[in-house]
Design a protein around this ligand. Structure first.
Ligand SMILES: NC(=O)c1ccc[n+]([C@@H]2O[C@H](COP(=O)([O-])OP(=O)(O)OC[C@H]3O[C@@H](n4cnc5c(N)ncnc54)[C@H](O)[C@@H]3O)[C@@H](O)[C@H]2O)c1
Length: 251
């Protein structure tokens, strides 16, 4: 039976952990040739063992992202899909955020996807098109008191997504975003662990979700695969919220 991404060339950033690992697995299971990257090489290589290829890439460095994209074309002949997933989280209120913290978050979480889009478009355009999915966050759409820099970067990712969609749609390049709520990954586990009472914070977070729980990485990955697939052939410039209903609730 044919699979949704049979023979497609897919690059996923941040595959060493959490959502990136789930994305690499789901794309590979759907038949894609997957090139994953991260800065955590042992864990990134572990993710990709037996399902695809891995190379070290710091997404905050344009030359490394350029190399990543060219490497996908060298290995697979073309690039069909890029998922800009890699990110870091700094928990800090706005008034206490240092210039260094802001620079680092913007470098990884905003410049990273920007470089990814730029170089993916460079190779997709002459090849006749492709799909880009940027991983944003519900924090791009609603405020979080302790994620000022992170939220600013994710809001930028949504603007980047729309700019790319409107400029390159006629080149048959679609660009969309997903906005996940809390997803059970090391990033969120670290957030809970830093609290005075991690168990209570987790229970409180889960209680806030209309579905009564936080999400699993695979549940976001499947939404990303939809946006990257031909099933979403008329969807571009969209920010798909995958949040268990948390943004839908007024109180
Ligand atoms: N977990 C959540 O609740 C949640 C919610 C909303 C959005 N997101 C977003 O989902 C994406 C994945 O997050 P996650 O929860 O899996 O986080 P995670 O921390 O588990 O994984 C992030 C991965 O990115 C890698 N990374 C960090 N800096 C990098 C760099 N400069 N270059 C390349 N790779 C780098 C890390 O090594 C790690 O493997 C991120 O964009 C995050 O902002 C997560």
């Amino acid at each position: 039976m044919s699979k949704a991404f049979d023979g497609k060339s897919v690059v996923v950033t941040g595959v060493a952990s959490g959502l990136g690992r789930a994305l690499a697995r789901e794309f590979a299971a759907e038949g894609a040739n997957v090139l994953g990257c991260d800065v955590n090489d042992p864990a990134g290589e572990e993710t990709m063992a037996g399902i695809g290829a891995y190379i070290h890439t710091d997404v905050s460095k344009e030359s490394e992202v350029e190399f990543l994209i060219d490497e996908a074309v060298r290995r697979f002949g073309r690039l069909d899909v890029l998922v800009n997933n890699a990110a870091i989280q700094v928990e800090q209120e706005l008034a206490e955020t240092s210039e260094e913290q802001l620079d680092r978050v913007l470098a990884v979480n905003l410049k990273g996807p920007f470089f990814g889009c730029k170089h993916a478009i460079r190779v997709m355009r002459p090849a006749g098109g492709g799909a880009i999915v940027n991983v944003a966050s519900v924090v791009a759409l609603a405020g979080d008191p302790m994620l000022a820099a992170y939220g600013a970067a994710k809001g930028g990712v949504l603007a980047l997504t729309k700019s790319a969609a409107v400029k390159y749609g006629r080149d048959k390049i679609r660009c969309n975003a997903v906005c996940p709520g809390d997803i059970q990954t090391p990033l969120v586990e670290a957030y809970f662990a830093a609290a005075e009472d991690p168990v209570a914070l987790r229970a409180q977070a889960e209680a806030e979700y209309p579905l009564g729980r936080i999400g699993q990485p695979r549940e976001v990955a499947r939404a990303v695969l939809f946006l990257a697939s031909d099933d979403a052939s008329f969807v571009t410039g969209e920010a798909l919220v995958v949040d268990g209903g948390v943004l839908a609730e007024i109180y």
